[in-house]
Design a protein around this ligand. Structure first.
Ligand code: IFM
Length: 416
C-alpha cells in the first residue's frame, strides 16, 4: 500500500449552485421552466438513448423540469453543512442568488442579505472555507426583461450587485468565483437557445459573451477596491479534446478548438489570482462514432476519463496561477461508479501535482443531488455525494461517499 499525500492546507469540498439546490427561487429560469416543462418531457424520447429512457422514466414527467423546492437547501443549509463537515470537508463552493439580493432593479433585499450572512457564518462556524460564485447562470427577472447579457448596460448592472455583495461579506469571504462556465452558460442560453433565457442567435451570443467579459473586468475592479486581499477567479469548463480525423492535422484541429474554447479563460487570466477548473470528461472528435463501454460511462452517457484531469492540469500550468478544481463529478444513480471515479481522478490529480501543477483544492460536484442545469436536464441525473429524496427531502449519504470522506480527512489517498 502506498500513500499519496496531498499538499499541506489542501482544500477539500463539494460544490452547489443556488437555483439547483435552494428551492423557491424567482429568476429568469423559473417561468421558463413552467412554460417549457411539457415540451422538454415530450422531447426526452428523441433526446436520450433507449437505455437512459428505460432507466430514468422520470425524464418523461413534466415535474422533472421544474426546479420548484429543489433540495430546500435554502431552509436546510445548516443540516447540509453538518453533513459536509461530517464528511471531512474544509471548503464549500456555492452561489449567491442575484434575484434574491436584488429582486427589483436597484433595490436590495436586506432580509436576503442577512440570509446569506447566516449561510456564510454557518460555514465558518464549521471550519469550512467558502468559495462564493456570483454568476451561476441565474439572474433577476428585471435584468432579463432588459435583454439580459445582450443589454449594453448589463456589465454595469452586474457589477452593482457584486459591489453590494462583496461590501457586505468582505469579512466572511476570501475566495470569489465571479463567473461559472461562461462558454456553457452563454453558449446554451444565447447561441443554441436550449436553456434560459433562450435568446438564440449569433449576434445575441456575441453581445452576451463580450458583455459578460466586461462584467467580469468591472467586477474585478470593484472587488479589488473593497478588498485588495481577495482571491478572484472564474470556474472554467475545461475539456480534454482529442481528434482522430486526419493524422497530420489532428494537432492543429485540437489547437484550433482550444483557441476558441479557452478564449474567455485567456482574457480573464490577467485579472485572476487563481484558475477554477471544472473537469468532467474528454471530447473525441472522430469520423466514426466511438463506442464508450458501459463501465466507463455515466448516466448522462459521458465518458469517464480520469487521465483527462491530469492532461488538463498540465495544460493549465502555462498560466502560472494556483488552480482549484471547482467541479468534478458524475451522474450515477446506482452509486456503482462514484468511488472509483473519485479515486482515479484524485490519483491523476496527485500525479499532476507531483509534476509541478499548483493545485490547491478539489470540489466534488455535487454535495447534494440537485436540479441538473445545462439544457434543463432536471432532477433525474444524480450527482450528489448525498442522495436526496425529493418528495420527503430526506438526506442520505451515499456509500461511495465514505471513500471521499476518508481522503478528505487524511489529506491523502491510499493506493495499492
Ligand atoms: O450541474 C452542472 C453545473 O451547474 C455546471 N457544471 C456542470 C454541472 C454538471 O452538469
Amino acid at each position: 500500500m502506498k500513500k499519496l499525500q496531498f499538499p499541506k492546507n489542501f482544500l477539500w469540498g463539494s460544490a452547489t449552485s443556488a437555483h439547483q439546490v435552494e428551492g423557491g427561487t424567482n429568476n429568469q429560469w423559473t417561468q421558463w421552466e413552467k412554460d417549457n416543462a411539457q415540451r422538454l418531457a415530450d422531447e426526452a424520447k428523441t433526446k436520450w438513448q433507449p437505455w437512459q429512457q428505460e432507466h430514468f422514466p422520470e425524464m418523461f414527467e413534466k415535474e422533472n423540469y421544474i426546479s420548484g423546492s429543489a433540495c430546500d437547501h435554502y431552509n436546510r443549509y445548516e443540516q447540509d453543512f453538518d453533513l459536509a463537515k461530517q464528511l471531512g470537508q474544509n471548503a464549500h463552493r456555492f452561489s449567491i442568488e442575484w434575484s434574491r439580493i436584488e429582486p427589483e432593479e436597484g433595490k436590495f433585499d436586506e432580509k436576503e442579505i442577512e440570509h446569506y450572512r447566516r449561510v456564510l457564518r454557518a460555514l465558518r462556524e464549521r471550519g469550512i472555507e467558502p468559495f462564493v460564485t456570483l454568476w451561476h447562470w441565474t439572474e433577476p427577472v428585471w435584468f432579463n426583461e432588459k435583454g439580459g447579457w445582450t443589454n449594453k448596460k448589463s456589465a454595469e448592472y452586474f457589477s452593482r450587485f457584486v459591489e453590494k455583495v462583496v461590501g457586505q461579506y468582505k469579512d466572511l469571504v476570501k475566495f470569489w468565483v465571479v463567473i461559472n462556465e461562461a462558454n456553457v452558460g452563454i453558449g446554451y442560453g444565447y447561441l443554441l437557445g436550449s436553456q434560459p433565457p433562450a435568446k438564440k442567435g449569433l449576434v445575441n451570443f456575441y453581445k452576451a459573451y463580450f458583455n459578460l467579459l466586461s462584467a467580469f473586468k468591472q467586477s474585478n475592479s470593484v472587488i479589488r477596491k473593497i478588498n485588495d486581499k481577495a482571491e478572484i477567479g472564474i470556474a472554467n469548463s475545461i475539456t480534454h479534446y482529442e481528434t482522430k480525423i486526419f493524422p497530420g492535422l489532428n494537432y492543429l484541429i485540437v489547437k484550433f478548438i482550444e483557441f476558441f474554447s479557452e478564449y474567455f479563460l485567456r482574457a480573464t487570466i490577467p485579472y485572476c489570482t487563481f484558475v477554477g477548473c471544472n473537469y468532467y470528461s474528454r471530447y473525441v472528435i472522430s469520423l466514426n462514432k466511438g463506442v464508450v463501454s458501459e463501465k466507463s460511462k455515466t448516466d448522462l452517457g459521458w465518458e469517464i476519463y480520469p487521465k483527462g484531469l491530469y492532461l488538463v492540469l498540465k495544460k493549465l500550468k502555462k498560466y502560472n496561477l494556483p488552480v482549484y478544481i471547482t467541479e468534478n463529478g458524475l451522474a450515477d444513480t446506482k452509486d456503482e461508479k462514484r468511488k472509483e471515479f473519485v479515486v482515479e481522478h484524485l490519483k491523476w490529480m496527485h500525479r499532476a501535482i507531483e509534476e509541478g501543477a499548483d493545485v490547491r483544492g478539489y470540489f466534488h460536484w455535487s454535495l447534494l443531488d440537485n436540479f441538473e442545469f445545462p439544457q434543463v436536464r432536471g432532477f433525474w441525473p444524480r450527482f450528489g455525494l448525498v442522495e436526496i429524496d425529493f418528495k420527503t427531502q430526506q438526506r442520505k449519504i451515499r456509500s461511495s461517499t465514505h471513500e471521499y470522506a476518508t481522503i478528505c480527512k487524511n489529506n491523502a489517498l491510499d493506493v495499492e
